[in-house]
Design a protein around this ligand. Structure first.
Ligand SMILES: NC(=O)c1ccc[n+]([C@@H]2O[C@H](COP(=O)([O-])OP(=O)(O)OC[C@H]3O[C@@H](n4cnc5c(N)ncnc54)[C@H](OP(=O)(O)O)[C@@H]3O)[C@@H](O)[C@H]2O)c1
Length: 281
């Protein structure tokens, strides 16, 4: 049986390597296939173009593309067109994988005024890019009864050190008012995908993937400054919450049998600061 990773970048590669370690055959599709490491069979393909024949024993598909920039055109192409095209290619080749998982984002939710967001909450962000991610979800769920959507919050991990860099560089600013943030370590995101496609018999159509502790941004910055032995960042002016004020509740994922290696930002950032893991190119 083969697992196909469509959009085999950092997250897709981590998923693929974990599956390969479990003895699965893994084929990864991306334009620059030479970047795909040993353990995964890399195939050069542009997901917006007609695809080469897919492995006839494809049992699981993971769609983990990301947009190259923040334009609507890039989002439409990376999410909507790629998802549609992968489904077209499966249909063309007469393949009926057991599971097709689309990696989505909690950006599909708008501002919840700091409220709790679950899979049942309306995913009605007004942002055009978020609406395109939602459209891709709907393409999958509308066309396949084997589709699963995993909405991830902000991914951090090896090489994804934006907040650490801000604290180190002296540009971090404590928000004037509490600002909810939600995150997931890259390795937990990969482990959650593996769990949902391999270990859950009848997954729900939608899961939220975010660690167990929505937290104020200021608290994270103060923690990082403490870990790095640096002075507290200054407190700034009131600003709008770039990611939307909400607290992401991932209890459905946990109740499916998943446990986090990094249940909060503390364990996760300690691992990042200790240099554990690599970002896949
Ligand atoms: N960053 C976050 O905080 C965050 C939050 C929530 C959800 N997510 C989701 O997490 C997922 C994975 O992110 P990531 O960090 O692994 O991204 P990444 O490292 O940039 O990987 C994305 C991959 O998609 C491939 N790709 C893009 N367009 C393609 C196309 N037309 N044809 C073939 N391959 C294409 C890219 O490879 P080539 O350029 O070589 O083709 C790249 O390998 C994405 O779905 C993203 O939306 C991210």
């Amino acid at each position: 049986m083969t697992v196909l990773i469509a959009g085999c970048g950092d997250l897709g590669t981590e998923v693929g390597l974990r599956l390969a370690a479990r003895g699965e055959r893994v084929v990864g599709l991306r334009r620059s296939a030479e970047r795909i490491p040993a353990g995964i069979e890399g195939v050069a393909a542009d997901l917006t173009q007609p695809l080469p024949p897919l492995p006839p024993d494809t049992d699981v598909v993971v769609i983990a593309t990301a947009a190259g920039d923040r334009s609507e055109a890039a989002y439409r192409s990376a999410y909507v067109e790629s998802t549609r095209n992968v489904l077209d290619a499966l249909e063309r080749d007469g393949l009926h994988p057991r599971r097709i998982l689309f990696v989505s984002s909690t950006a599909v939710y708008g501002d919840f005024d700091g409220g709790l967001v679950t899979e049942e909450s309306p995913a009605e962000s007004a942002a055009p890019t978020a609406r395109l991610i939602r459209e891709a979800e709907q393409v999958l769920l509308g066309r396949s009864d084997r589709g699963t959507v995993l909405r991830l919050s902000g991914i951090y991990g090896p090489g994804r050190t934006r907040l650490i860099d801000q604290v180190k560089g002296g540009t971090a600013v404590l928000p004037a008012e509490p600002q909810w943030t939600n995150r997931i370590h890259r390795d937990d995101a990969a482990a959650a995908i593996v769990h949902l496609v391999m270990d859950v018999d009848s997954p729900a159509p939608v899961y939220l993937g975010s660690d167990e502790l929505p937290v104020d941004l200021g608290e994270v910055l103060l923690f990082l400054a403490g870990e790095l032995g640096l002075p507290h960042p200054p407190r700034g002016e009131a600003t709008s919450n770039r990611g939307g004020a909400r607290r992401v509740d991932s209890s459905l994922l946990r109740s499916s049998g998943f446990s986090f290696t990094y249940p909060t930002y503390r364990e996760g950032y300690r691992a990042v600061l200790a240099g554990h893991g690599v970002r896949h190119p």
